[in-house]
Design a protein around this ligand. Sequence first.
Ligand code: SF4
Ligand code: SF4
Length: 366
Amino acid sequence: MTKLKSYLQDSVLNKLYNEIRAAGSIRSISVDLTHVCNLRCKGCYYFEEGMDAINVPDEKAFDEFILNEKERGTNFVTIVGGEPSMVIPRIKKVYDNFKCNVATNGLIKIPNEGLENLPIGISIWGERETDAALRGNGKRDLFGEALKNYKNDSRAFWYYTVAPGYANQIEKVVSTCIENGNAVLFNYYSDLSGLGNKHDYKAGFDEVRKEIDRMIEKYPDKILMTPSFNKVISEGKLFDESWGYEVCTNLSTNHESNFERFDNGNPYNPHFRAYNADFSSTRRCCTGVNRDCDSCYDTWEHFSWVMVNLKKHLNSKEDFTNWLTTMYLFYFINRLVGQDGETNMIDIQNVLKQKTDIVHHQQVYV
Ligand code: SF4
Ligand code: SF4
């Protein structure tokens, strides 16, 4: 019996695995839906590297882009930008043709009608004052506005980016989001504009990681993160690999700058492209043009790192469980599984809690 088959003797793992298989494999891209944004956040990767400097296309180019990507076999689109909610008709076109999710600052409400099953990640960078200082020159209560727009909206989850020195704000932000009727996924601040001190990623995310783990314990049904995945992102380690360009899996496969990387033998997502807002050119990766990869703690990119590396996770049932729950988490966040209400975040956290048993049973299975 192969190791995979032996792990799948476990009925719970089997169920999660089969749900993912039934949902099908993902052939993903990212696209900047527009080069315009109604904010200028400090450390936004998009404007830090001038990704908005594009030839502005007409709508025909966007329609052609959709047709071309369908023909190429794309079935999943991460919608970024710029601020996607400034071009809602384009969100609708993507939604009608692909599985997708959208990242928004939450200031313009994305309507429910016609977009009922759209996963919406709303960015938040800290408590009201911290968030407003980093993202709105302290003048607007951005958090408050977004909370109002997405109150009890089951499509919405918060994409909460935490800087190393702000672990003490996590509980308050999380409880506010949960009281608003939404779930929370975490991201880790990169400080691309060089604010330093409490914002500096070089200070490490130990305290942030511990606090996120505590939130998982406290709100297992509302935190879209597992302890093992939290560790992978915050420490940048996956077994013998350290996160960085040479192992990065979400690189534009048609972009010349990446061709050498693809020859180094490390796995990558063979379909992926990060499209600019001209809807034809691509860049190195979704979150970078020439940026130093040491600064990259992007949760979405780390999902791919884990998901593409099944082989590395086959040495023990515990490792496989970490892979499977991360994979399931991605599918769950994006509403590709779990929509029948049969499996939820508590089930996923419970699977992980049984790790002690799993390590014990491993001796039997492998
Ligand atoms: S809202 Fe998003 S795209 Fe706009 S400046 Fe802030 S981080 Fe950048
Ligand atoms: S910045 Fe881009 S290329 Fe570098 S590690 Fe992150 S996703 Fe990969």
